[in-house]
Design a protein. Structure first.
Length: 427
């Protein structure tokens, strides 16, 4: 791309999402805006988040307990304010989603309902190198049911270059272990490689073998267009502090397909999951609310939901995931093209090249293999970039993740990253 600067300036000038950058608080580095590529770890703060949080604080100060019942933002039903925009974001029916708890808590709640092992069908299938929290949760659930993870935790090994996994390998593993599979838990995007997966295909393969299909969408929500209802997934869990920009440790999300919403599944029950029509009768019997809300445990965390409201409003105003994905493909494609043209001897891209098999993130490795020397050079580059005000993130043993987020990153940011790597290479 011989006129990269001209292209970047033109694309930024014509970008229909350009105004949204000004709706975020961008950290400074030496009196200059940081070039921030870490939306895959923690999204930037929307300016509107503060107003929503202050609204809750002011209501608390002025009304105290009466704030549960007054006005359009009554705390008693505050979680319902995010239900429909959240459903739009993940391609679900409103009754299929709920914002509650944190990701791994929600995963355990889903496993309590959907992992029902029996003799001869007790295995859970995940990807090798899964995010540790998922692996810990799955292993502990297997043990809690009296089974052995060394037998019943099946990990699908990468079969492609750079540690990615083909659909053929996933399908073969599900077929090979099918008669003993109780559940398949798969990521929407693999956190280290940045590889995206066909959720509908994986759900069909799992369910054809009599297994439950569940997904961890931590790196997919707010990054890829999703169609959870149509995918047929039994359940899904995710966080909102990455691409959704709802703040550190933000309240998480959960999806339960409508076919399970009133199916009387066993669950870890709590008062707030009780049918709201009879909740305040304080009866001892648990009557679950219809849909995903029936898995709630305690009062919604109103102060934590407030930034999520602001973030979801932005997604709706931006035109939803189709508009963001259109820009994201161009941004990440620009990054890939520049790396291949100008940094081919310096950086290797381990994320799949096909746009359909990735989201915003490119996972990069300093060229030269996986030996100690290349790992050291990778860390050196990461630290150099940080010192110049370009922030990606580092994943052991040797990966730099760069994730241009379409709501606030520009094509000029991508060009700056490439130019600084060129400077580092020439130092």
């Amino acid at each position: 791309m011989t006129n990269a600067r001209t292209y970047a300036l033109a694309m930024d000038a014509a970008d229909p999402l350009r105004p949204f950058r000004n709706e975020f608080l961008i950290p400074k580095h030496r009196d200059r805006e940081q070039t921030y590529f870490v939306g895959n770890s923690l999204g930037l703060q929307p300016r509107g988040a503060r107003a929503h949080v202050l609204e809750v604080l002011d209501k608390w100060a002025g009304e105290a307990v009466e704030g549960h019942f007054s006005g359009d933002t009554a705390w008693m039903t505050y979680h319902a304010l995010v239900r429909e925009p959240l459903a739009r974001l993940v391609g679900a029916l409103p009754q299929e989603v709920v914002a509650m708890n944190t990701l791994t808590v929600n995963l355990h709640l889903m496993l309590a309902s959907f992992y029902r092992p029996a003799a001869g069908r007790s295995a859970i299938l995940i990807e090798a190198g899964a995010f540790p929290s998922d692996r810990h949760a799955v292993e502990s659930q297997i043990r809690l049911h009296g089974f052995d993870p060394s037998v019943d935790l099946v990990e699908v090994q990468p079969d492609e270059a750079n540690g990615t996994i083909s659909m053929a390998a996933i399908g073969q593993a599900i077929a090979d272990h099918g008669p003993r599979l109780a559940l398949v838990l798969w990521p929407g995007i693999q956190y280290r490689t940045g590889q995206a997966f066909d959720l509908s295909a994986i759900a069909r393969l799992a369910q054809a073998q009599g297994a439950v299909a569940g997904f961890d969408l931590a790196h997919a929500v707010g990054n890829l267009p999703l169609a959870l209802h149509d995918s047929g997934a039994d359940f899904a869990v995710w966080c909102h502090y990455k691409y959704v920009n709802a703040g550190p440790g933000a309240v998480a999300g959960c999806f339960v397909h409508e076919r399970h919403g009133q199916a009387g599944l066993p669950r870890m029950a709590g008062w707030w999951g009780h049918d709201p029509a009879t909740r305040f009768r304080m009866a001892p019997e648990f009557v679950p609310a219809a849909g995903a809300e029936g898995w709630q445990l305690s009062n919604p965390p109103v102060l934590a939901l407030a930034p999520l409201r602001a973030a979801l409003e932005q997604f709706d105003r931006a035109g939803g995931m189709p508009a963001l994905r259109a820009k994201s493909e161009k941004l990440t494609g620009f990054l890939e093209a520049l790396i291949r043209e100008r940094l081919s001897g310096t950086l290797e891209i381990i994320t799949p090249a096909e746009p359909a098999r990735r989201g915003a993130q490119l996972s990069l490795r300093v060229a030269g293999g996986c030996d100690e020397s290349s790992r050291g050079r990778g860390r050196e580059l990461f630290e150099y970039l940080r010192e110049t005000g370009i922030l990606g993130d580092w994943r052991e043993p040797d990966v730099i993740r760069i994730s241009p987020a379409p709501l606030y990153n520009r094509f000029g940011d991508v060009l700056r990253f490439v130019e600084e790597v060129e400077h580092w290479r020439g130092v």
